[in-house]
Design a protein around this ligand. Structure first.
Ligand SMILES: NC(=O)c1ccc[n+]([C@@H]2O[C@H](COP(=O)([O-])OP(=O)(O)OC[C@H]3O[C@@H](n4cnc5c(N)ncnc54)[C@H](O)[C@@H]3O)[C@@H](O)[C@H]2O)c1
Length: 442
Protein backbone atom coordinates (compact mmCIF):
# COMPACT_ATOMS: atom_id res chain seq x y z
CA UNK A 1 0.00 0.00 0.00
CA UNK A 2 1.08 3.59 -0.51
CA UNK A 3 0.95 5.37 2.83
CA UNK A 4 1.74 8.93 3.92
CA UNK A 5 2.04 9.92 7.55
CA UNK A 6 1.75 13.54 8.67
CA UNK A 7 3.84 14.17 11.79
CA UNK A 8 7.12 12.33 12.37
CA UNK A 9 7.11 12.34 16.18
CA UNK A 10 7.07 9.28 18.42
CA UNK A 11 3.83 8.01 16.90
CA UNK A 12 4.22 9.04 13.25
CA UNK A 13 7.82 7.95 12.78
CA UNK A 14 7.49 4.66 14.62
CA UNK A 15 4.23 3.79 12.81
CA UNK A 16 5.74 4.78 9.47
CA UNK A 17 8.69 2.49 10.09
CA UNK A 18 6.35 -0.30 11.17
CA UNK A 19 4.33 -0.04 7.96
CA UNK A 20 7.52 0.13 5.86
CA UNK A 21 8.90 -2.91 7.67
CA UNK A 22 5.77 -4.83 6.55
CA UNK A 23 6.54 -3.98 2.91
CA UNK A 24 4.42 -0.86 2.37
CA UNK A 25 5.72 2.23 0.58
CA UNK A 26 5.74 5.05 3.15
CA UNK A 27 6.28 8.83 3.03
CA UNK A 28 6.72 10.49 6.43
CA UNK A 29 5.94 14.20 6.17
CA UNK A 30 6.60 16.93 8.71
CA UNK A 31 6.64 20.72 8.79
CA UNK A 32 9.82 20.62 10.89
CA UNK A 33 12.56 20.91 8.25
CA UNK A 34 15.39 20.13 10.67
CA UNK A 35 13.71 16.87 11.62
CA UNK A 36 13.26 15.90 7.96
CA UNK A 37 16.92 16.70 7.18
CA UNK A 38 18.03 14.59 10.15
CA UNK A 39 15.81 11.70 9.05
CA UNK A 40 17.14 11.95 5.51
CA UNK A 41 20.64 11.52 7.00
CA UNK A 42 19.18 8.37 8.66
CA UNK A 43 19.59 9.90 12.13
CA UNK A 44 16.84 9.38 14.70
CA UNK A 45 15.41 12.70 15.98
CA UNK A 46 14.78 11.25 19.46
CA UNK A 47 15.94 8.29 21.52
CA UNK A 48 13.94 5.10 21.27
CA UNK A 49 15.47 1.61 21.55
CA UNK A 50 15.83 0.00 18.10
CA UNK A 51 14.70 3.12 16.24
CA UNK A 52 17.96 3.99 14.46
CA UNK A 53 18.47 0.45 13.12
CA UNK A 54 14.92 0.25 11.77
CA UNK A 55 15.30 3.70 10.25
CA UNK A 56 18.52 2.76 8.48
CA UNK A 57 17.22 -0.58 7.20
CA UNK A 58 14.02 0.85 5.77
CA UNK A 59 15.67 3.97 4.34
CA UNK A 60 18.26 1.82 2.55
CA UNK A 61 15.59 -0.48 1.16
CA UNK A 62 13.79 2.60 -0.21
CA UNK A 63 10.50 1.64 1.49
CA UNK A 64 10.41 4.85 3.54
CA UNK A 65 11.21 8.44 2.62
CA UNK A 66 10.98 11.74 4.48
CA UNK A 67 9.68 14.98 3.13
CA UNK A 68 8.51 18.46 4.08
CA UNK A 69 6.53 18.55 0.84
CA UNK A 70 2.98 18.14 2.14
CA UNK A 71 1.41 18.29 -1.32
CA UNK A 72 3.54 15.39 -2.53
CA UNK A 73 2.68 13.37 0.56
CA UNK A 74 -1.05 13.92 -0.06
CA UNK A 75 -1.07 13.25 -3.79
CA UNK A 76 1.23 10.20 -3.95
CA UNK A 77 -0.47 7.97 -1.38
CA UNK A 78 -3.90 6.38 -0.93
CA UNK A 79 -3.80 6.00 2.81
CA UNK A 80 -3.12 9.22 4.77
CA UNK A 81 -2.33 9.04 8.49
CA UNK A 82 -2.59 12.02 10.84
CA UNK A 83 -0.09 11.69 13.70
CA UNK A 84 0.56 15.26 14.83
CA UNK A 85 0.62 16.56 18.41
CA UNK A 86 -2.57 17.40 20.30
CA UNK A 87 -1.18 19.46 23.18
CA UNK A 88 -3.19 20.79 26.07
CA UNK A 89 -4.69 24.24 25.47
CA UNK A 90 -4.96 26.95 28.18
CA UNK A 91 -8.05 25.41 29.78
CA UNK A 92 -6.90 21.76 29.67
CA UNK A 93 -8.80 20.73 26.51
CA UNK A 94 -7.06 19.09 23.57
CA UNK A 95 -5.76 21.64 21.07
CA UNK A 96 -6.72 20.38 17.63
CA UNK A 97 -5.03 23.05 15.55
CA UNK A 98 -2.32 20.76 14.10
CA UNK A 99 -4.83 18.00 13.34
CA UNK A 100 -7.13 20.40 11.52
CA UNK A 101 -4.17 21.99 9.70
CA UNK A 102 -3.31 18.59 8.26
CA UNK A 103 -6.97 17.96 7.39
CA UNK A 104 -7.09 21.27 5.50
CA UNK A 105 -3.87 20.44 3.62
CA UNK A 106 -5.36 17.09 2.63
CA UNK A 107 -8.48 18.84 1.28
CA UNK A 108 -6.39 21.40 -0.58
CA UNK A 109 -4.21 18.82 -2.34
CA UNK A 110 -6.44 15.76 -2.65
CA UNK A 111 -6.27 14.44 -6.24
CA UNK A 112 -8.12 11.08 -5.99
CA UNK A 113 -10.08 8.98 -3.51
CA UNK A 114 -8.27 8.56 -0.17
CA UNK A 115 -8.73 6.90 3.18
CA UNK A 116 -7.73 9.25 6.01
CA UNK A 117 -6.74 7.62 9.30
CA UNK A 118 -6.39 9.62 12.49
CA UNK A 119 -3.79 8.36 14.98
CA UNK A 120 -3.51 11.50 17.11
CA UNK A 121 -5.26 11.32 20.48
CA UNK A 122 -8.38 13.43 20.03
CA UNK A 123 -11.68 14.00 21.86
CA UNK A 124 -14.88 12.33 20.75
CA UNK A 125 -16.30 14.04 17.68
CA UNK A 126 -12.96 15.00 16.09
CA UNK A 127 -13.32 12.52 13.21
CA UNK A 128 -16.34 14.55 12.10
CA UNK A 129 -14.34 17.81 12.42
CA UNK A 130 -11.56 16.32 10.24
CA UNK A 131 -14.16 15.17 7.72
CA UNK A 132 -15.77 18.63 7.62
CA UNK A 133 -12.42 20.43 7.25
CA UNK A 134 -11.45 18.29 4.26
CA UNK A 135 -14.91 18.64 2.69
CA UNK A 136 -14.73 22.43 3.13
CA UNK A 137 -11.35 22.66 1.35
CA UNK A 138 -12.61 20.42 -1.47
CA UNK A 139 -15.76 22.53 -1.78
CA UNK A 140 -13.62 25.71 -2.06
CA UNK A 141 -11.75 24.03 -4.93
CA UNK A 142 -15.09 22.97 -6.45
CA UNK A 143 -13.86 19.38 -6.41
CA UNK A 144 -15.94 16.28 -5.72
CA UNK A 145 -13.63 13.48 -4.57
CA UNK A 146 -14.69 10.59 -2.36
CA UNK A 147 -12.93 10.08 0.97
CA UNK A 148 -13.50 8.40 4.34
CA UNK A 149 -12.05 9.27 7.74
CA UNK A 150 -11.43 6.55 10.32
CA UNK A 151 -10.11 6.57 13.87
CA UNK A 152 -7.11 4.42 14.79
CA UNK A 153 -5.88 5.51 18.24
CA UNK A 154 -2.29 4.65 19.09
CA UNK A 155 -1.29 2.67 22.20
CA UNK A 156 2.50 2.44 21.79
CA UNK A 157 4.62 3.23 24.85
CA UNK A 158 7.74 5.37 24.68
CA UNK A 159 10.70 3.18 25.63
CA UNK A 160 9.21 0.13 23.90
CA UNK A 161 7.55 1.88 20.96
CA UNK A 162 9.16 -0.26 18.25
CA UNK A 163 8.14 -3.61 19.72
CA UNK A 164 4.69 -2.24 20.63
CA UNK A 165 4.28 -1.17 17.01
CA UNK A 166 5.60 -4.35 15.39
CA UNK A 167 3.85 -6.68 17.84
CA UNK A 168 0.72 -4.86 19.05
CA UNK A 169 -1.59 -6.66 21.47
CA UNK A 170 -4.58 -5.09 19.70
CA UNK A 171 -5.37 -2.47 17.09
CA UNK A 172 -8.47 -0.39 17.67
CA UNK A 173 -10.24 0.97 14.61
CA UNK A 174 -13.30 3.19 14.62
CA UNK A 175 -14.99 3.06 11.27
CA UNK A 176 -18.48 3.00 9.87
CA UNK A 177 -18.08 1.66 6.33
CA UNK A 178 -17.13 -1.85 5.11
CA UNK A 179 -14.61 -0.68 2.51
CA UNK A 180 -12.49 1.18 5.09
CA UNK A 181 -12.73 -1.84 7.38
CA UNK A 182 -11.35 -4.04 4.60
CA UNK A 183 -8.40 -1.70 3.96
CA UNK A 184 -7.55 -1.44 7.67
CA UNK A 185 -7.73 -5.23 8.05
CA UNK A 186 -5.38 -5.71 5.09
CA UNK A 187 -2.96 -3.09 6.46
CA UNK A 188 -2.71 -4.56 9.95
CA UNK A 189 -2.94 -8.29 9.15
CA UNK A 190 0.85 -8.74 8.83
CA UNK A 191 1.33 -7.43 12.38
CA UNK A 192 -0.52 -10.41 13.91
CA UNK A 193 -0.18 -14.19 13.91
CA UNK A 194 -2.35 -15.80 11.18
CA UNK A 195 -4.95 -17.23 13.58
CA UNK A 196 -5.32 -14.05 15.67
CA UNK A 197 -6.17 -10.96 13.62
CA UNK A 198 -6.08 -8.70 16.74
CA UNK A 199 -8.21 -5.91 15.28
CA UNK A 200 -11.03 -4.47 17.36
CA UNK A 201 -13.59 -2.60 15.27
CA UNK A 202 -16.09 -0.17 16.76
CA UNK A 203 -17.75 3.11 15.85
CA UNK A 204 -15.55 6.22 15.66
CA UNK A 205 -16.79 7.78 18.93
CA UNK A 206 -15.99 4.57 20.81
CA UNK A 207 -12.50 4.37 19.28
CA UNK A 208 -11.74 7.97 20.20
CA UNK A 209 -12.99 7.35 23.75
CA UNK A 210 -11.09 4.03 24.09
CA UNK A 211 -7.76 5.85 23.99
CA UNK A 212 -8.75 8.20 26.82
CA UNK A 213 -10.29 5.33 28.78
CA UNK A 214 -7.04 3.36 28.54
CA UNK A 215 -4.84 6.21 29.72
CA UNK A 216 -7.25 7.28 32.47
CA UNK A 217 -7.46 3.68 33.74
CA UNK A 218 -3.66 3.29 33.85
CA UNK A 219 -3.23 6.67 35.55
CA UNK A 220 -5.95 5.70 38.05
CA UNK A 221 -4.05 2.57 39.07
CA UNK A 222 -0.91 4.62 39.69
CA UNK A 223 -2.72 7.33 41.66
CA UNK A 224 -4.59 4.69 43.68
CA UNK A 225 -1.30 3.14 44.79
CA UNK A 226 0.24 6.56 45.39
CA UNK A 227 -2.62 7.61 47.67
CA UNK A 228 -2.32 4.35 49.60
CA UNK A 229 1.44 4.88 49.87
CA UNK A 230 0.83 7.99 51.97
CA UNK A 231 -1.34 6.06 54.39
CA UNK A 232 1.22 3.23 54.47
CA UNK A 233 3.89 5.62 55.71
CA UNK A 234 1.69 6.59 58.66
CA UNK A 235 0.57 3.11 59.71
CA UNK A 236 3.81 1.18 59.23
CA UNK A 237 2.64 -0.76 56.15
CA UNK A 238 4.85 -1.26 53.09
CA UNK A 239 3.34 -0.33 49.72
CA UNK A 240 5.72 -2.73 47.92
CA UNK A 241 4.38 -5.69 49.92
CA UNK A 242 0.85 -4.52 49.14
CA UNK A 243 1.69 -4.29 45.45
CA UNK A 244 2.86 -7.92 45.48
CA UNK A 245 -0.12 -8.96 47.55
CA UNK A 246 -2.75 -7.51 45.25
CA UNK A 247 -0.86 -7.78 41.95
CA UNK A 248 -0.82 -11.57 42.20
CA UNK A 249 -4.64 -11.56 42.22
CA UNK A 250 -5.41 -12.26 38.57
CA UNK A 251 -8.48 -10.00 38.72
CA UNK A 252 -6.11 -7.11 39.48
CA UNK A 253 -2.87 -8.09 37.70
CA UNK A 254 0.63 -6.74 38.35
CA UNK A 255 0.86 -3.79 35.97
CA UNK A 256 0.81 -0.08 36.82
CA UNK A 257 0.72 -0.67 40.57
CA UNK A 258 4.07 0.92 41.38
CA UNK A 259 3.92 3.74 43.90
CA UNK A 260 6.41 6.53 43.34
CA UNK A 261 6.81 10.24 42.87
CA UNK A 262 3.89 10.35 40.39
CA UNK A 263 3.28 9.97 36.67
CA UNK A 264 4.31 12.35 33.91
CA UNK A 265 5.00 12.22 30.19
CA UNK A 266 3.35 13.67 27.14
CA UNK A 267 0.19 11.54 27.42
CA UNK A 268 -1.21 10.71 30.88
CA UNK A 269 -1.53 14.23 32.34
CA UNK A 270 -2.75 15.78 29.08
CA UNK A 271 -5.15 12.98 28.17
CA UNK A 272 -6.69 12.77 31.63
CA UNK A 273 -7.28 16.54 31.55
CA UNK A 274 -8.77 16.36 28.05
CA UNK A 275 -11.14 13.58 29.13
CA UNK A 276 -12.28 15.73 32.07
CA UNK A 277 -12.84 18.64 29.69
CA UNK A 278 -14.96 16.53 27.34
CA UNK A 279 -17.06 15.37 30.30
CA UNK A 280 -17.40 18.91 31.62
CA UNK A 281 -18.67 20.13 28.23
CA UNK A 282 -21.33 17.42 28.36
CA UNK A 283 -22.26 18.28 31.96
CA UNK A 284 -20.87 15.03 33.38
CA UNK A 285 -18.70 14.99 36.49
CA UNK A 286 -15.94 12.34 36.36
CA UNK A 287 -15.05 12.52 40.05
CA UNK A 288 -12.67 9.54 40.08
CA UNK A 289 -10.75 10.84 37.07
CA UNK A 290 -10.45 14.31 38.60
CA UNK A 291 -8.97 12.85 41.79
CA UNK A 292 -6.41 10.90 39.74
CA UNK A 293 -4.85 14.21 38.73
CA UNK A 294 -5.15 15.77 42.19
CA UNK A 295 -3.51 12.73 43.79
CA UNK A 296 -0.68 12.91 41.26
CA UNK A 297 0.03 16.55 42.05
CA UNK A 298 -0.12 15.82 45.79
CA UNK A 299 2.28 12.91 45.39
CA UNK A 300 4.95 15.04 43.72
CA UNK A 301 4.56 17.81 46.32
CA UNK A 302 4.81 15.29 49.18
CA UNK A 303 8.08 13.96 47.81
CA UNK A 304 9.50 17.47 47.41
CA UNK A 305 8.35 18.25 50.96
CA UNK A 306 10.07 15.09 52.23
CA UNK A 307 13.39 16.36 50.87
CA UNK A 308 12.85 19.87 52.19
CA UNK A 309 11.75 18.85 55.67
CA UNK A 310 14.85 16.66 56.12
CA UNK A 311 16.87 19.88 55.82
CA UNK A 312 14.52 21.79 58.17
CA UNK A 313 13.02 23.75 55.29
CA UNK A 314 16.24 25.17 53.82
CA UNK A 315 17.85 23.79 50.69
CA UNK A 316 19.84 26.89 49.82
CA UNK A 317 23.51 26.18 49.12
CA UNK A 318 23.04 22.39 49.31
CA UNK A 319 24.34 20.14 46.57
CA UNK A 320 22.12 17.36 45.21
CA UNK A 321 22.90 14.57 42.78
CA UNK A 322 19.82 13.74 40.70
CA UNK A 323 19.72 10.45 38.81
CA UNK A 324 17.22 10.47 35.96
CA UNK A 325 15.65 13.29 34.00
CA UNK A 326 13.36 11.64 31.43
CA UNK A 327 9.77 11.00 32.49
CA UNK A 328 10.42 7.25 32.42
CA UNK A 329 13.24 4.89 31.41
CA UNK A 330 13.86 4.05 27.76
CA UNK A 331 13.21 7.54 26.43
CA UNK A 332 14.77 11.01 26.35
CA UNK A 333 11.31 12.61 26.48
CA UNK A 334 11.23 15.29 29.17
CA UNK A 335 7.62 16.37 28.68
CA UNK A 336 5.88 16.64 32.09
CA UNK A 337 8.72 14.69 33.68
CA UNK A 338 8.55 14.56 37.51
CA UNK A 339 12.37 14.61 37.48
CA UNK A 340 12.34 17.94 35.65
CA UNK A 341 9.89 19.27 38.26
CA UNK A 342 12.15 17.99 41.02
CA UNK A 343 15.15 19.82 39.51
CA UNK A 344 13.13 23.04 39.13
CA UNK A 345 12.08 22.72 42.78
CA UNK A 346 15.68 22.28 43.96
CA UNK A 347 16.96 25.17 41.85
CA UNK A 348 14.13 27.46 42.98
CA UNK A 349 15.10 26.70 46.57
CA UNK A 350 18.71 27.74 45.97
CA UNK A 351 20.29 24.29 45.71
CA UNK A 352 22.99 23.15 43.25
CA UNK A 353 22.07 20.17 41.13
CA UNK A 354 24.31 17.62 39.42
CA UNK A 355 22.19 15.61 37.02
CA UNK A 356 22.87 12.34 35.29
CA UNK A 357 20.56 10.58 32.83
CA UNK A 358 21.67 7.78 30.48
CA UNK A 359 20.06 9.34 27.37
CA UNK A 360 18.30 12.64 28.17
CA UNK A 361 21.35 14.86 28.83
CA UNK A 362 21.23 16.68 25.49
CA UNK A 363 17.56 17.59 25.88
CA UNK A 364 18.22 18.48 29.54
CA UNK A 365 21.02 20.90 28.64
CA UNK A 366 18.67 22.67 26.23
CA UNK A 367 15.82 22.81 28.74
CA UNK A 368 17.97 24.19 31.58
CA UNK A 369 20.26 26.34 29.43
CA UNK A 370 19.42 29.45 31.51
CA UNK A 371 20.24 27.88 34.89
CA UNK A 372 23.77 28.35 36.20
CA UNK A 373 23.28 26.08 39.22
CA UNK A 374 22.75 22.87 37.25
CA UNK A 375 25.54 20.66 35.95
CA UNK A 376 25.16 17.71 33.58
CA UNK A 377 27.48 14.88 34.50
CA UNK A 378 28.15 11.95 32.17
CA UNK A 379 29.05 9.53 34.95
CA UNK A 380 26.41 8.85 37.65
CA UNK A 381 29.10 8.43 40.31
CA UNK A 382 30.71 11.75 39.42
CA UNK A 383 27.32 13.40 39.99
CA UNK A 384 27.35 12.04 43.55
CA UNK A 385 30.82 13.42 44.41
CA UNK A 386 30.56 15.85 47.33
CA UNK A 387 26.74 15.80 47.28
CA UNK A 388 24.58 16.32 50.35
CA UNK A 389 22.20 13.65 49.02
CA UNK A 390 21.37 11.49 46.03
CA UNK A 391 17.86 11.81 44.62
CA UNK A 392 16.74 9.03 42.26
CA UNK A 393 13.73 9.90 40.13
CA UNK A 394 13.72 7.81 36.93
CA UNK A 395 13.92 4.02 37.24
CA UNK A 396 16.59 3.38 34.60
CA UNK A 397 17.91 -0.21 34.80
CA UNK A 398 21.44 1.10 35.35
CA UNK A 399 20.29 2.75 38.63
CA UNK A 400 18.81 -0.43 40.06
CA UNK A 401 21.97 -2.11 41.37
CA UNK A 402 24.44 0.69 42.05
CA UNK A 403 27.71 0.29 43.90
CA UNK A 404 26.55 1.66 47.25
CA UNK A 405 30.03 1.44 48.76
CA UNK A 406 31.34 3.64 45.96
CA UNK A 407 28.48 6.11 46.44
CA UNK A 408 29.23 6.22 50.17
CA UNK A 409 32.89 6.93 49.54
CA UNK A 410 32.06 9.82 47.18
CA UNK A 411 28.99 11.46 48.70
CA UNK A 412 29.35 14.10 51.43
CA UNK A 413 26.39 12.82 53.47
CA UNK A 414 25.05 9.27 53.00
CA UNK A 415 21.44 10.25 52.24
CA UNK A 416 19.25 8.85 49.47
CA UNK A 417 15.79 10.00 48.44
CA UNK A 418 14.31 7.35 46.16
CA UNK A 419 11.25 8.43 44.17
CA UNK A 420 10.79 4.96 42.62
CA UNK A 421 11.34 2.50 45.48
CA UNK A 422 14.30 0.93 43.71
CA UNK A 423 16.23 -0.25 46.74
CA UNK A 424 15.73 -2.55 49.69
CA UNK A 425 15.29 -0.32 52.77
CA UNK A 426 17.01 -2.65 55.24
CA UNK A 427 20.00 -3.27 52.94
CA UNK A 428 20.59 0.39 52.18
CA UNK A 429 20.20 1.40 55.82
CA UNK A 430 22.55 -1.39 56.91
CA UNK A 431 25.18 0.21 54.66
CA UNK A 432 24.86 3.38 56.70
CA UNK A 433 22.58 5.44 54.45
CA UNK A 434 19.64 7.50 55.58
CA UNK A 435 17.09 6.25 53.07
CA UNK A 436 13.74 7.79 52.14
CA UNK A 437 11.41 6.16 49.63
CA UNK A 438 7.65 6.17 48.96
CA UNK A 439 5.09 4.35 51.11
CA UNK A 440 7.64 2.42 53.10
CA UNK A 441 9.04 2.70 56.60
CA UNK A 442 12.28 4.64 56.70
N1 LIG B 1 4.21 9.90 22.45
C1 LIG B 1 3.48 8.86 22.79
O1 LIG B 1 3.91 7.97 23.53
C2 LIG B 1 2.07 8.71 22.26
C3 LIG B 1 1.42 7.47 22.39
C4 LIG B 1 0.13 7.34 21.91
C5 LIG B 1 -0.51 8.43 21.34
N2 LIG B 1 0.12 9.63 21.26
C6 LIG B 1 -0.58 10.74 20.61
O2 LIG B 1 -0.13 10.83 19.26
C7 LIG B 1 -0.05 12.18 18.83
C8 LIG B 1 1.36 12.52 18.41
O3 LIG B 1 2.19 12.40 19.53
P1 LIG B 1 3.79 12.43 19.41
O4 LIG B 1 4.32 12.16 20.78
O5 LIG B 1 4.20 11.56 18.28
O6 LIG B 1 4.00 13.96 19.04
P2 LIG B 1 5.37 14.71 18.71
O7 LIG B 1 5.24 16.05 19.33
O8 LIG B 1 6.53 13.85 19.05
O9 LIG B 1 5.34 14.85 17.12
C9 LIG B 1 4.39 15.58 16.42
C10 LIG B 1 5.00 15.96 15.08
O10 LIG B 1 3.98 16.57 14.25
C11 LIG B 1 4.61 17.58 13.46
N3 LIG B 1 3.59 18.49 12.90
C12 LIG B 1 2.91 19.48 13.49
N4 LIG B 1 2.07 20.07 12.61
C13 LIG B 1 2.22 19.43 11.44
C14 LIG B 1 1.62 19.56 10.14
N5 LIG B 1 0.70 20.49 9.92
N6 LIG B 1 2.01 18.73 9.17
C15 LIG B 1 2.96 17.79 9.39
N7 LIG B 1 3.56 17.61 10.59
C16 LIG B 1 3.19 18.42 11.60
C17 LIG B 1 5.56 18.24 14.45
O11 LIG B 1 6.55 18.99 13.78
C18 LIG B 1 6.12 17.00 15.18
O12 LIG B 1 7.28 16.51 14.56
C19 LIG B 1 -0.58 13.01 20.01
O13 LIG B 1 -1.95 13.20 19.86
C20 LIG B 1 -0.31 12.10 21.21
O14 LIG B 1 -1.18 12.37 22.29
C21 LIG B 1 1.40 9.78 21.68
Amino acid sequence: MKISIFGTGYVGLVSGLGFAEMGNQVICADVDLQKIEKLNRQEAPFYEPGLEELLQQNSKSGRISFSADIEKAVTESDLLFIAVGTPEDEDGASDLKYVLQVARQIGIHMNREKLIVNKSTVPVGTIKLIHDEIAKALHERKQVIGFQVVSNPEFLKEGSAISDCLRPNRIVVGCDDPKSKEVMTKLYKPFFPKDNPGLVFMNTASAEMTKYAANAMLATRISFMNELSQLCELVGADIESIRCGIGSDERIGPHFLYAGIGFGGSCFPKDVKALLKTAEKKGVSLGIVREVLNANEKQKKNFFAKVKSFYNGTLSGLHFAVWGLSFKPGTDDLRESPAVEMVHFLLKNGAHVHVHDPVAMEKGRLLFSQDAAIYFVDDPYKAVEGADALIVITEWKSFKEPDFARIKSLIKEPVIFDGRNLYNCAEVEALGFKYFSVGRKS
